[in-house]
Design a protein around this ligand. Sequence first.
Ligand SMILES: C[S@@+](CC[C@H](N)C(=O)[O-])C[C@H]1O[C@@H](n2cnc3c(N)ncnc32)[C@H](O)[C@@H]1O
Length: 397
Amino acid sequence: MPVSLDLALEEACNRIIDTSTLVRVVLSGRRRNMQTEHERIDIRPVEIKGVVVLQLTYSDGRATTTKNINADFPQVMELLLSGYANFTVENTQESMALRITKSGDAQVKYEKTALEQNLAHDKKKERLLDPSDPFLIEVGICDHKGQVKPSKADKYKQVEEFLRLLVPALNSAIEAGQISQPTKEKPLSIVDLGCGHAYLTFAAHQYLKSIGIPVKVIGIDVRPQSRDRNNAIAIKLGIDTSISFKAEEIATTTAEVADIAIALHACDTATDDAIAWAVNGGSKLLLIAPCCHHDIQKQMQNSPEPWGAITKFGVMKERMGDLLTDSLRAQILRILGYRVEIIEFIGGEHTPRNIMIRAIKTGAQPDQLDIDRYSEITTQWGVVPALSKKIPTFTIG
Ligand SMILES: C[S@@+](CC[C@H](N)C(=O)[O-])C[C@H]1O[C@@H](n2cnc3c(N)ncnc32)[C@H](O)[C@@H]1O
């Protein structure tokens, strides 16, 4: 219901500073014409030396930071006025969802809850995937005793960290109305492009279902053996009505457009095919962890000066090629109306391919600066990114 914004913010603030009942707060989304320092802030009350304070958690994509503030009205109100558009404030009895619309109005919803407070300071990072879950055993990440196989420990970690980034991005997209609330009749659709052994594909399906999100997942891989193996696992697990696999090239896949496109280490320009498929079909959220980058590297014949100081070393040229490739991918997405972040989704010790491009379609008009930057970089380096040729609506040459 529409209410006065001032009153709604005051109420949210009062609920947050009432640490006797507060359970959790999430600030996300951006108000019109405002920037926020972080994409999202999670807040919970924690008890330190007998005093309950508010613990703020936010990420810059590389590291997660926590900071404690006192639960006092002016400090919390300052936070609420710092540009966020969506606020979820949960206490032990009720959840308040406040959304500030584009026109600056407040929309408030309440829902009865029965939540418990957890004021413990050292909250261990919970595992999202239980190693004894039958799907992890079937896909080969865990052994029959329900333990992660040493040879698959990195993949297990990659998949978990991928999901840690998927879920808040999905929640923000739902809160901002970019993706509609999934229902049994209209489940969330996800396509995993270049799914291989489908560790991530099954994990996304099982995890989202476990947190109550109806979901339909499709995995695409060019190899028929992958399709047959993965479909057999889906049948064995009794989940083949909501997860299935196709043996197709990403570029020509017959998979229907999905709300979310994911790709974990699709080789070289298969990553571009994945991004292009998602953009051309109108997917709202993309989480793409690229693999090797050969396309731009092959085109870097004459580095513009003074960059020759870097590219004269083979290893540096390769890294420069990686950076250019992913920066230009991000730039193209930005120009096409996506909000884009490039983040490290996992520590480099688990995979050197640890960059993720996370993009959400906002439909915002591109900044001229982004267009100019794209044109200047590609002209200076004399490169044409593969992605630019795969999206007909991208017309900047
Ligand atoms: C490095 S594996 C990653 C597999 C999986 N995503 C994972 O992280 O475990 C890349 C997969 O992409 C598939 N692939 C590569 N190019 C493809 C294309 N153009 N179309 C469909 N699948 C492709 C390969 O067959 C391979 O299974």
